[in-house]
Design a binder for this molecule. Structure first.
Ligand SMILES: N[C@@H](CCC(=O)N[C@@H](CS)C(=O)NCC(=O)O)C(=O)O
Length: 215
């Protein structure tokens, strides 16, 4: 019998939320141990043993200590019972991997750091937004949204007929992006993505992992 995993991370973190969504969609119990990587003195010193790059999340389960969200999510999908979150069909799996890679490589910096953090997260802490950084990011943001919208097409989920890791990767980044007025405007122009976001918000996993800034 396996023990419940411990996830080290923070409720505000995009990548922690992806891992929490994955665990929740599998119906796996999980203990979240809060690690604040942005605390003034940096993460607690013992976090370096879990994550040498000082990031979150990290997972501990049955003697396995794991970091990198891609490894954690795939491990959770394969080690726990519950619905498969990676399609077996090669085409659907390729689409899932393509979306995950787009979100990691382009969307995290552009949608989250360049737009959400500058417009919403930073000002909430008293920082002035860097307008040039936001303006420079918006064309890239439009390319990202149009690309993932085109890949999904009219399918219910990003990899086709069933929810997959692709949906769990896209959700947290699009949620934060939409909190910026520029993000909300950009998403309003893509009704298929807006419909998908509404469907995601009905899921218990999404409700259970809301970012504190969502209220
Ligand atoms: N490649 C890592 C990225 C994780 C990541 O960037 N996490 C953010 C929080 S969402 C973080 O720890 N940031 C701290 C920092 O940049 O110093 C993964 O896939 O887990």
């Amino acid at each position: 019998m396996t023990t419940a995993p411990t996830l080290f991370g923070a409720r505000y973190s995009v990548y922690t939320r992806i891992a929490r969504l994955t665990l929740a969609e599998k119906g796996a119990d999980c203990r979240l141990e809060e690690v604040d990587v942005f605390a003034p003195g940096g993460p607690p010193p013992d976090h370096a043993a879990r994550h040498p790059f000082g990031r979150i999340p990290a997972l501990e389960h049955d003697g396995l200590s794991l970091y990198e969200t891609g490894a954690i999510a795939r491990y959770v999908d394969e080690a726990f019972p519950g619905p498969a979150l990676q399609p077996a069909d090669p085409t659907a799996r390729a689409r899932m991997n393509q979306i995950v890679s787009i979100m990691d490589s382009y969307a995290f910096r552009t949608l989250v750091w360049d737009v959400f953090v500058e417009r919403v997260g930073g000002p909430a802490r008293g920082r002035r937004p860097d307008e040039a950084r936001i303006a420079g990011a918006l064309p890239r943001a439009a390319t990202i949204l149009q690309s993932i919208d085109a890949i999904r097409g009219d399918a219910p989920w990003f990899a086709g007929a069933a929810l997959s890791l692709a949906d769990l990767w896209a959700l947290p980044m699009l949620v934060l992006f939409r909190l910026a007025p520029e993000g909300a405007d950009a998403l309003r122009r893509l009704p298929r993505l807006t419909t998908w976001l509404s469907a995601m918000h009905e899921r218990p996993s999404v409700r259970a992992t809301r970012f504190p800034i969502e209220g």
